[in-house]
Structure formats: structure tokens, C-alpha cells
Design a protein around this ligand. Structure first.
Ligand code: PMP
Length: 452
């Protein structure tokens, strides 16, 4: 049997930093990264044979728990029929139909009657996904959505928000969240200045900044891209009506709204954040990833037929992929969506609420200044006195309290995201036993955060 430290040493001789994705190196929490060999339900097991309750969930996909039997069987059955054909399969159509059918919200008229503060909005589309294209990663999904928006509008500029992460394509790394935030990088080397100049970065939750950028350059802007509910600088919920106002401003200037639901899609509810935002709004393109692939590499772009059919082979916007719509990934995605019923969401919501409340209670007890930020069943802790609303306020928190908190949880067998800039992922498999193990570990971790 090897140790995590031995594995890390060896990995560093084979891969840059010993990893294939930066945050996995555990750099910001100053701990030896764990090398996992197996996982089941809410648990992961490392090379040393230690089991942890997992709150990373493969960064989102493991929403039913690891190695869910129905998902594993679906993948095994698909594998036995062939690993991929480089040609179309009926399963791809079924997954596309499933995505389109799920991403909906009740008709506006009905909602307006029930929720008084909602003003009806012209053009609200309750089925925003008519056509779907399957790709392999969230990065490809947002990259393609942007190319599509540029192709549709004949414009070049894209507006993004500081602290939002949309994958690692050249134009989207400026002031990005997730690993870019964890490593405190302003962007990335290797991105040509001419490409970076096509992205206008503005502060989140600031409609004045949105109005200003559109007033200045509105007729050059192809799209604004936004995380539906940001989760890559920790959780920072959108201000009430923010997404709706964003859609209105973009549309008033002939630009598109790209709603990035790679992380929130099918997680915060069957229709993602689109389905639960208290103020309905009309995105033009939506990107999905993580949950929709059930743990295998699969992501998607969805939107109305008129826009989506600008993609090749029908239209002039090119996009392709050797492994796009891979049958194993499609099978995992379909099995996962099939098992995400109302009962599953209830289990996720309940477990998330219990863990979130126990965490804030333990930190409070230890006298640690913090806020619990939530967007549906997604949550994270931020070491600030007031809830951060944008990247600047997120960065101003006492982030140094997180590493000792993280290490104390890990030592007690709980695997948290190795960065304060990430969401905590609870799954439908987090039962009372798993939740109690987390809750029991919290007081010692909270004391470690207090002493930092
Ligand atoms: N968009 C969002 C909102 C994400 O959270 C992520 C990944 N964390 C991506 C895009 C990129 O997805 P991928 O890592 O699959 O390329």
C-alpha cells in the first residue's frame, strides 16, 4: 500500500503539479492531496484505505452519490454495446429531449397570480430549450455558446462578471473564479491581448455597471454571460431580480444572455436556477455540465431552434467533437436525470440545510465571524461580517481561516472542497449517518478556524 504523500511525489514527476486540474493539488489549504481509489454513496476512500464523507461530489456530478447502482449499470450496459461510434445514437436524442423537457417553469400568468411581486414580462419563454447540442465539458459548452452569440449578432464583445468561472477558454479567464481565484491569478498567461480585449469584465450584482457598459459599447456586445447563481467564488446569490434585469438590458441592446448553469443545472432543482429564480426571466442560451453527464464527460448548450440551428451542419457557426454525445456519458446522464425525482431533491435540500446550519452553529459557538451564503441547496461559508455580494467583497474576507478548518475536517474524515472559493456539494446519498459524521467533526474545525 502506498501513502498519499508517496503518490503525490510520484505524480509530480509525471504531471505538472502532480495534477490534471489545479485545485486538486490542495495548494491553498497546504495539505497533502488525497489520492482516491474508490467511492460509494457519500463516501470516498483514499490510497491509505481511509474513508471520508465527501462534500466535493466530483465538483457536482455525483448528485445521486458516488457509483449509484442505476448509473453504473447504465454505463456498463452501454459499454458492452460499444464505447462510441462517431455517429449518432438514439440515446443522444433521448437525453436532448429530457433536457428540453426539464428546463421549464410554470406559465407566467399562473405565477403572477401566486407571487405578487412578479410583474409579467413580455417575451418570457417558459421552454427556453428547444434544441440541444451535446459536448464533453463545460468549457466547450460556454465557448460554443459565445461563438453562437457572436455568429448570431455579428458582434465581438462579451461581458462577464468578476469572480465568475465559465471554464478555461481564452476569452473567459479574465478575473475568473474557481481555481483562478484560488491561485489569486488575475487571468492567465498565454491569452493574446487581442482576445482578452474582447471580454469586458464588470462587478457582479451591480446593475449600474451593466447599464454603463451597455451604454458605452452596447452595439458591439454579442452577449453577457453569467453564472445563473454564482458558485465559483463561494456562493454569492444574485440580488432579487438581477438575472431578469440583466436579460432586459442585454435584449434592449440587441445582445444575448448566456445563462451558465454548468454547476447549478439539475442541481438546485429539476430546471436548475432558471426554474427557481424568484423573478422569471428569459435567457437566450443555457449551458449545462456536471450533473447532466452523471459523472462522465458530457455537457450541453441549449436554446431556441432559431439560434441553435445557426450551428453546423445547418448554419454557419462551426462546432464539433470526436467524443460528443459519447454513449457511455449519455447513458450516465440519462440514468442520473431519471433518478433525480422530487424525493431526491428533497433529500439533497434537507441534507444541505442540516450541514449548512450545523456549520454556521459550530462557527458561531467558536466565535468565528462568518456568513452562510446559500443559493437553493448550494451553500458555502465565507469568513466575513457581511454577506459578500461580488468578487471584491469575497476577496476581502478572512480567507486564512479556511485552511485550518479544512485540515481539521479532513483529519476527522470529512472531505471538503480544498478552497474557500468553492461551493459545498451535498448529494441525495447523504443520509443521517453521513450527515452526523460531518456534524460531529464541525466543532473542532470551528475552533481551528477561530485560532487561525
Ligand atoms: N461553468 C461553470 C459555472 C462551472 O462551474 C464550470 C466548472 N466548475 C465550468 C463552466 C467549466 O466546466 P468544465 O470544468 O467541465 O470545463
Amino acid at each position: 500500500m502506498t501513502t498519499n504523500a508517496q503518490e503525490f511525489d510520484r505524480a509530480r514527476g509525471a504531471m505538472p503539479g502532480g495534477v490534471n486540474s489545479p485545485v486538486r493539488a490542495f495548494g491553498s489549504v497546504a495539505e497533502t492531496p488525497r489520492f482516491f481509489v474508490s467511492a460509494s454513496g457519500p463516501y470516498v476512500t483514499d490510497v491509505e484505505g481511509r474513508e471520508y464523507v465527501d462534500l466535493v461530489g466530483s465538483w457536482g456530478p455525483a448528485i445521486l452519490g458516488h457509483a449509484h447502482p442505476a448509473v453504473v449499470t447504465a454505463v456498463q450496459d452501454a459499454a458492452a454495446r460499444g464505447l462510441g461510434f462517431g455517429a449518432s445514437t438514439p440515446g443522444e436524442t433521448e437525453l436532448a429531449e429530457l433536457i428540453a423537457a426539464r428546463v421549464t417553469r410554470p406559465p407566467l400568468v399562473e405565477r403572477a397570480r401566486n407571487e405578487r411581486d412578479e410583474t409579467p414580462r413580455a417575451g418570457l419563454e417558459t421552454h427556453p430549450v428547444e434544441r440541444v447540442r451535446l459536448v464533453s465539458t463545460g468549457t466547450e459548452a460556454t465557448m460554443t455558446a459565445i461563438r453562437l452569440a457572436r455568429g448570431a449578432t455579428g458582434r465581438d464583445l462579451v461581458v462577464k462578471f468578476a469572480g465568475h468561472y465559465h471554464g478555461h477558454s481564452d476569452g473567459l479567464l479574465a478575473e475568473a473564479g474557481s481555481g483562478v481565484a484560488t491561485l489569486a491569478m488575475p487571468g492567465s498567461a498565454g491569452v493574446p491581448a487581442a482576445i482578452a480585449a474582447q471580454t469586458l469584465v464588470i462587478p457582479y450584482n451591480d446593475l449600474d455597471a451593466v447599464r454603463e457598459v451597455f451604454a458605452a459599447r452596447g452595439d458591439e456586445i454579442a452577449a453577457v454571460i453569467v453564472e445563473a447563481a454564482p458558485a465559483n467564488m463561494g456562493i454569492v446569490p444574485p440580488a432579487h431580480g438581477f438575472n431578469a434585469a440583466l436579460a432586459d438590458i442585454a435584449h434592449a441592446h440587441g445582445a444575448l444572455l448566456i445563462l451558465d448553469e454548468v454547476l447549478t443545472g439539475f442541481r438546485v432543482g429539476p430546471a436548475g436556477w432558471y426554474g427557481i429564480d424568484p423573478v422569471p426571466f428569459a435567457p437566450d442560451l443555457i449551458t449545462f455540465g456536471k450533473v447532466v453527464g452523471g459523472g462522465l464527460p458530457l455537457a450541453a448548450i441549449g436554446g431556441p431552434a432559431a439560434l441553435m440551428e445557426l450551428l453546423a451542419p445547418l448554419g454557419p457557426v462551426y462546432q464539433a467533437g470526436t467524443l460528443s454525445g459519447n454513449p457511455l456519458a449519455v447513458a450516465a446522464g440519462r440514468a442520473t436525470l431519471d433518478h433525480l425525482d422530487a424525493a431526491a431533491y428533497e433529500r439533497i435540500d434537507t441534507a444541505a440545510a442540516t450541514v449548512a446550519e450545523a456549520t454556521t452553529a459550530a462557527l458561531h459557538e467558536a466565535g468565528v465571524t462568518h456568513v452562510l451564503q446559500r443559493s437553493g441547496n448550494l451553500f458555502s461559508i465565507q469568513f466575513a461580517a457581511e454577506p459578500p455580494i461580488d468578487y471584491d467583497t469575497v476577496k476581502a474576507q478572512e480567507a486564512f481561516r479556511y485552511p485550518p478548518f479544512f485540515r481539521a475536517m479532513l483529519a476527522q474524515g470529512v472531505s471538503l472542497p480544498p478552497s474557500v472559493f468553492e461551493a459545498w456539494f451535498v448529494s441525495a446519498s447523504h443520509d443521517d449517518t453521513a450527515v452526523s459524521r460531518i456534524v460531529d467533526a464541525l466543532p473542532a474545525a470551528a475552533r481551528a478556524a477561530a485560532e487561525a
